[in-house]
Ligand binder design. Structure first.
Ligand code: BTX
Length: 326
């Protein structure tokens, strides 16, 4: 199967820009025309743009643009983050791979990045749609020496780093919806998931996963996400270089992370609040213990959301889905 694919790509590479008929390809590769057709369809699914012209044959017009680890390395200005890159074409979830690498002792700052996830995860066992070559699906291994209680702060820190990085690379400034969604024009373009490896008193590693919808088109989303999700491409009408965005996010993350380790959460909290779109608004928070409606007042020093209900009672929301009502 894969062997035939390689030969097919070689046949096109040997005669750049020429049309090659299905008949001829079948002869050269010693297979059926149906097999050729099947592989052409596979290539299309993987992001190749192929032109088919009657009586002439097939021609490759565009090859998929991949995130090449060397492209990330070239021009990466960080000291530690992203210095070790684990790259794969297709994975179940980059979180799973990062968990394993972290367990095996991977250095702080190691990143796992994939072109496609078949089992990308969100919070609470939800799934994260991660089609091939279109987004940034990345997990970062950190080993902060902080109390376990404070880990939600790092999710918020990551959100700030992502906003700043995206802004640096593209000029778009997403807003943050507590705790971890990045929105552009009210639609979700990114999500963050933080997972821990810890025992009762010590964090061994923190795995921060981030998904960013970069070049997805509307048709790349399943029907049920089309009203709520968007991408940098959809919002700007431009295709963006994913490696450049990864570089700026890692740089921003490294700066904020050292600021945090030296000065604590307060400066991060101020930045987070300046990007937050939910604060001061009327929101509905759906938690595992029911839902609460009221005004989002702000976040505590731990990163907990403060929600004031209509009776003036302030609720501490540790984890929830937030709907902004106005
Ligand atoms: P979340 O639980 O806040 O969001 C998940 C929800 O978002 C889903 O239930 C669905 O409604 C919606 N959704 C799914 N896919 C997308 C998408 N591509 N764009 C917009 N909305 C979507 C957010 O969880 C945390 C997501 C982290 C994803 C990264 S990718 C790298 C790493 N590996 C991995 O498996 N997860 C993380």
């Amino acid at each position: 199967g894969n062997d035939l694919r390689t030969k097919l790509l070689q046949a096109f590479a040997d005669r750049p820009n020429e049309y090659i008929s299905g008949q001829e390809l079948a002869e050269v590769l010693r297979c059926s025309r149906t097999a050729i057709w099947k592989h052409i369809e596979e290539l299309r699914k993987d992001g190749f743009v192929l032109e088919a012209v009657r009586k002439k044959g097939y021609r490759i017009v565009e090859v998929p643009h991949k995130i090449i680890p060397d492209e990330i390395r070239l021009g990466l200005e960080t000291k530690q983050l992203g210095r070790s890159i684990h790259y794969e074409e297709t994975v179940d979830s980059t979180q799973r791979i990062a968990q394993r690498l972290a367990y095996d002792g991977a250095a702080e700052g190691t990143i796992v990045i994939a072109e496609e996830q078949l089992g990308g995860r969100g919070r609470l066992e939800r799934s994260w749609h991660s089609p091939k070559y279109k987004g940034i699906w990345m997990s970062i291994i950190l080993r902060p020496r902080i109390p376990i209680m404070q880990t939600p702060q790092l999710t918020l820190l990551m959100a700030v780093a992502a906003v700043k990085g995206i802004e640096q690379a593209t000029g778009c400034e997403p807003g943050i919806k507590w705790p971890n969604d990045l929105l552009l024009n009210g639609k979700k373009i990114s999500g963050i998931l933080t997972e821990l490896q810890a025992d009762s008193d010590r964090i061994h590693s923190l795995i921060i996963g981030i998904g960013i919808n970069v070049n997805l088109e509307l048709e790349d989303y399943p029907e049920e996400l089309r009203n709520t999700a968007s991408s940098l491409f959809i919002e700007t009408g431009k295709e963006w270089d994913r490696a450049t965005i990864v570089q700026s996010i890692l740089l921003e993350l490294e700066k904020l992370y050292s600021l945090y380790l030296e000065n604590g959460f307060y400066p991060i909290k101020l930045l987070w609040e300046s990007y937050a779109v939910s604060i001061g608004k009327r929101v509905k928070a759906t938690t595992l213990n029911g839902s609460f409606t009221g005004i989002a007042k702000g976040i505590t020093d731990e990163g907990v959301l403060l929600l004031e209900d209509d009776n003036g009672k302030v609720h501490h929301i540790y984890s929830a889905d937030i709907l902004i009502e106005s």
